[in-house]
Design a protein around this ligand. Sequence first.
Ligand code: UDX
Length: 475
Amino acid sequence: MEGGKRAAHAMLFPFPCSGHINPTLKLAELLHSRGVHVTFVNTDHNHQRLRRPRGREGFRFESVPDGLDDADRVAPDRTVRLYLSLRKTCKAPLLDLARRLGKRDGVPPVSCVVISGLVSFALAVADDLRVPSFVLWGTSAVGFVCTLRLRQLRLRGYTPLKDETYLTNGYLDTPIDWIAGMPAVRLGDVSSFVRTLDPTSFALRVEEEEANSCARAQGLILNTFHELEADVLDALGDEFPRVYTIGPLAAAMHRRVDHVASGLSLWEEDAACMAWLDARPDPPGSVLYVSFGSLAVLSPGQLAEFAWGLAASNRPFLWVVRPGLVGGDRGMDALPEDFVEATKGRCFIAEWCAQEQVLRHRAVGGFLTHSGWNSTTESIWAGVPMICAPGFADQYINCRYACGEWGIGLRLDEELRREQVAAHVEELMGGGKKAQEMRRNAAQWKARAEAATEPGGSAYENLDKLVEQLRVEGS
Ligand code: UDX
């Protein structure tokens, strides 16, 4: 009991993929650091796979079945199967777990449920427990608003596209200037999900439904900070009265969690890449870091354009080529022959790395990224400008804002060409006028991100407000 109130106990359940697990885990750590009792629920499959899922006082890991069989796990549409299976099978085990937790000695009853996007079915768990629910939506605020607006885009006939030619005939450049809080943006930048010819598109409907169902929760939590997206956040406030912007989560963690966090990784981090960065002989900021996150799948042709563009740039680079980055479940083995030889002495290829540390390493001065939101916020916090190669979901709008509103990105064309890859790398790493301007902007955003997560800063205060809300609503 604290001040007459029962201790808050948050049960967190992310959609089981890295892009959702990592930010949810950071939120869990932050809540725990503020005295909230935490239960972090993974799927059984990930619980066995994840490294270091060890609990401690007031912070436990639990797991529930995801309902998939071995064939589902390797199927090309495995993420869709996972989504559907979770919806079908997970509510009862989660509810049962929550009820059992409250019967254990020294464990307060679950007083709120916190989920990531794509598992909105779990809002019903909170309803059944009669406790409040919160959604940590893992994109930018603008990414969230764009996902909400997919419904209007569909109803107004912008999507689905009429035929294949609409993908290349300039239609995706149609300006969308009616989304409150946003400047005019290209239709194609609102979301990857508008690029469909299918009126029953599963992805389009799921995204739309999942974003809109956040309105059923008592609060929306975003990994961003107010100063970064003030206009869109102000507009969002009309529809979502309780939005907690508590990011960048990596920065907030750094400031408020005083131990090495219980990092969970589905892949082993390659420590040798840090030693390679330490030993770089070139001036600080000379190395380009290249990574496309945990989900992107490149065609062998796209991989070759990146590879030969990087080779032609003559700049040192550290490239994460994880298993599955290339179609057909391929990874490093798909790199073009002769590429390693051609870049010898200035290239390090890792399967996975400690990305936050890499971005904050003094040797690193640029990031070639797919513009996933976690990567974007980590880059902002590190003050590192980007080359953006978006390909899926919110990545286009993140890229649009990075290159436009924030002035910290250079965009690659959708049709990848090695010449443009090399030219952008040269422009960013070469230190010309444009690069200097981007570095200045990146340094300013880094300072604002630091300020937001310091005591008195917007994100710092919002986390305290969120914790207070959990205590009040859960008591
Ligand atoms: C997904 C979606 O694809 C993305 O559009 C959305 O914005 C978030 O959810 P993902 O593609 O994995 O995410 O990209 P991103 O959001 O950038 O997350 C990748 C995470 O993996 C980052 O936190 C990054 O630090 C981590 N990572 C990546 C590593 O720790 N090591 C690596 O080697 C590469």
